[in-house]
Design a binder for this molecule. Sequence first.
Ligand SMILES: [Zn+2]
Length: 314
Amino acid sequence: MDIIDLHCDVLEKLTRLEAVDFQNDNRLHANLNYLQAGKVKVQVFAIFIHPNVPQKEKFLEAARQIEAFHTKVLSKSEMVHITDWRQLDELKEGEIGAVLSLEGCDCIGEDIGKLQHLIDAGVKIVGLTWNEENTVAYGTSEAPSKGLKPFAHEVIQLLNQHDILLDVAHLNEQGFYEVLPLAKHIIASHCNARSICDHPRNLTDEQIKALVQNGGRIHVVFYPPFIEPAKETTTINELLKHIQHLTSLVGVESIGFGSDFDGMDPLAIEKLSNASEYQNLINALLNTYSIEEVQMMASKGFRNYVMGIGKREK
Ligand SMILES: [Zn+2]
């Protein structure tokens, strides 16, 4: 069954590891061979800049990751750069769609022009923060009560203008609630349910319901500490507890996957440790859900969501 995955950190590794080949390097958990084996039809590639990178070098680092996206990912004939969501319906047999996202606005500083450059380069999904504070907002490692900064309004306006999805993964609680009425398109690209695993990176039931009521979606993440408290390894069954809770809360239409492959090693779910094992999750879901329901979570829900983009106003 085809998969749409909303989060991986391949680009960061492509710029950091020596002599890395996107085709089959097994240091990459979402390399091309693995994506093909796992039937991943669309993969979102995050631009993630480690907080240790000095501020004045962050935008250059973003540019390096976009360069790696072109020279190492899109250079493979199977990979198709998705710059318009309508391309999702035009992918041919054997082709894999590749989408750029930005995991945190740190690299733009207070320069809205830099965000415009990233949108021009094809970024379709933008998170305001990673875990820490930046010029826009506060991340999940900061106090939950701190709200958006004034610059956030300029950022959200630009995202709305270009129909960019605003990603609330990593955003703190107050920021989350302030974003809901402002952003045209909202998703949580890689988050689980806090009522099942109490971690600040997971969303409360109240947040999940508010997200979906505002037209948004939640995509579950495979990072073990967000599945079971303080676990370095876990099982597909434990992930299913989150999915079952979410489906009972908001329905299969609003749920998807955002693995976080290449953002969590050496931690991993057993039998779901890289993209090649994706169908193990699908098979486990088929024990509980109908094929139509699993398809909805695997790809169709997100596909339907982005095809409705022109109809959402704010
Ligand atoms: Zn992340």
